[in-house]
Design a protein around this ligand. Structure first.
Ligand SMILES: Cc1cc2nc3c(=O)[nH]c(=O)nc-3n(C[C@H](O)[C@H](O)[C@H](O)COP(=O)(O)OP(=O)(O)OC[C@H]3O[C@@H](n4cnc5c(N)ncnc54)[C@H](O)[C@@H]3O)c2cc1C
Length: 394
């Protein structure tokens, strides 16, 4: 029996939307199932909202990931200038900062090389220009670097990618919770529940589970089962403060060496992020009071008199939100763990089920292409509908 659809994608976060878009562009019939009422209901609306190479990953030697992310940044600046904009990032170095000016200079030089154009090169501001960065603390300030990276509205970007998929023929169902699937040589029988409680079933040639931090729960519904590699879930929180610093962002060094971004966000300031292990229900992740305090601490250390001489306090926090990173399990600090996307398939010579999670918002298109390539033999050949390297995002 021929399956009625080429591909069912579960999850309308950036990864699910990206796979749906790439598959629809390749000519396939695609159905997206999303449990929430709208796209980007989870991690893909709770990120740091940066389209970036990840300056920090240089420290862990993952030059290839940085280069690929910077290429994705160039692509998105070209295809979605209404969604992705370049911003100057100011990186202050103090006498007590975990990394000194020399190390940062080397990192930024490498970042410029890997970017291969597309943004102005970094520069160290002359000392006389440090005051331009007020209300940044000037006491103990050794150097300020300016480099460029890009920012977005993560939920709007995800909606655009899904809309692009829909324009190319994909269908999306919301309030449709995937419950399980049976898969075999002939295809995949997929079951989901609608908001009203009705159970639906459809056959497809292949299935992609892009359910982010729910990935292990989704896999548990597969027959025969498909195991996940060992994973860890790491909570990252952000706060939104009232006030503005202009059309620029800051990359601050937290005392433990992690980077904390301060970026303009809808006329306010977005400050984040933290890293905390998380083991509960993905739907219940919330910023902890200690995380809010930690972010306020880093902000106040760098902007001690932000509110007319007064430091920021809990009452200045207009909003706080948390998202979950899905990382490969391992030893040591989670900050040093790879941010590469995680993809795996069933072990058959012609895989029909693929799971994708983690990775970067920035890298969604490359991740989607990799997913399709892995499922290529299960998907029937179709005439291509669009070249996504030339198609502007809606
Ligand atoms: C704190 C933080 C900051 C980050 N900052 C950045 C950044 O600045 N730049 C960057 O490039 N990347 C960043 N990332 C990474 C990026 O945000 C994620 O890699 C990306 O959003 C993951 O998308 P996803 O589609 O895999 O997951 P999600 O966005 O979580 O989507 C999964 C979807 O699956 C749905 N779902 C789950 N179970 C079911 C089911 N049974 N049936 C139907 N639907 C289901 C969920 O409702 C959800 O919509 C950050 C991540 C975190 C956590």
């Amino acid at each position: 029996m021929r399956p009625s659809l080429d591909l069912i994608v579960v999850g309308a976060g950036i990864q699910g939307a990206g796979v749906a878009e790439a598959a629809a562009a390749a000519g396939h019939s695609v159905l997206v199932l999303e449990q929430a009422a709208a796209p980007a209901a989870a991690t893909s609306s709770r990120s740091s909202k940066l389209i970036h190479g990840g300056l920090r990953y240089l420290e862990h030697g993952d030059f290839a990931l940085v280069r690929r992310c910077l290429a994705a940044r160039r692509r998105l600046l070209r295809l979605a200038p209404h969604r992705v904009r370049l911003l100057p990032f100011f990186l202050p170095v103090y006498d007590d900062s975990p990394r000194g000016p020399l190390v940062l200079r080397l990192g930024l030089l490498l970042y410029d090389v890997l970017a291969m154009g597309g943004a102005p090169r970094h520069r160290r501001l002359p000392r006389a220009a440090h005051a331009e960065c007020l209300p940044l603390r000037q006491d103990g300030l050794l150097a300020v670097f300016r480099y460029y990276d890009a920012a977005t509205d993560d939920a709007a970007l995800t909606r655009s990618v899904l809309e692009s998929a829909q324009r190319l023929g994909a269908r999306a169902l919301f309030e449709a919770r995937f419950e399980g699937a049976e898969w075999g040589d002939a295809g995949v029988k997929v079951h989901w529940r609608e908001a009203g409680g009705a159970r639906r079933t459809l056959d497809a040639a292949a299935l992609v589970l892009a359910t982010g931090p729910w990935i292990e729960r989704s896999l548990a519904g597969l027959r025969p089962p498909l195991a996940a590699p060992p994973l860890e879930y790491v909570q990252g929180s952000h706060i939104v403060l009232c006030g503005e610093l202009g059309e620029r962002a800051y990359y601050l060094q937290a005392p433990d060496g992690r980077g904390v971004f301060v970026a303009p966000w809808r006329g306010r300031l977005l400050v984040g992020t933290t890293e905390r292990p998380y083991a509960g229900d993905p739907a219940a992740v919330r910023p902890g009071a200690d995380e809010i305090e930690e972010l306020l601490g880093v902000f106040n250390h760098h902007f001690p008199g932000f509110y007319g001489g007064r430091a920021a306090g809990a009452s200045d926090v207009l909003e706080a939100f948390a998202g979950l990173r899905v990382l490969p399990a391992g030893r040591g600090a989670t900050a040093a763990r790879s941010r590469r996307p995680l993809l795996w398939t069933d072990p058959n010579p012609v895989p029909r089920v693929l799971a994708v999670c983690g990775g970067k918002l920035t890298l969604y298109h490359e991740t989607a292409e990799a997913a399709l390539q892995r499922l290529g033999r299960a998907l029937p050949a179709r005439p291509r509908r669009a070249d996504l390297d030339r198609l502007p995002l809606p």
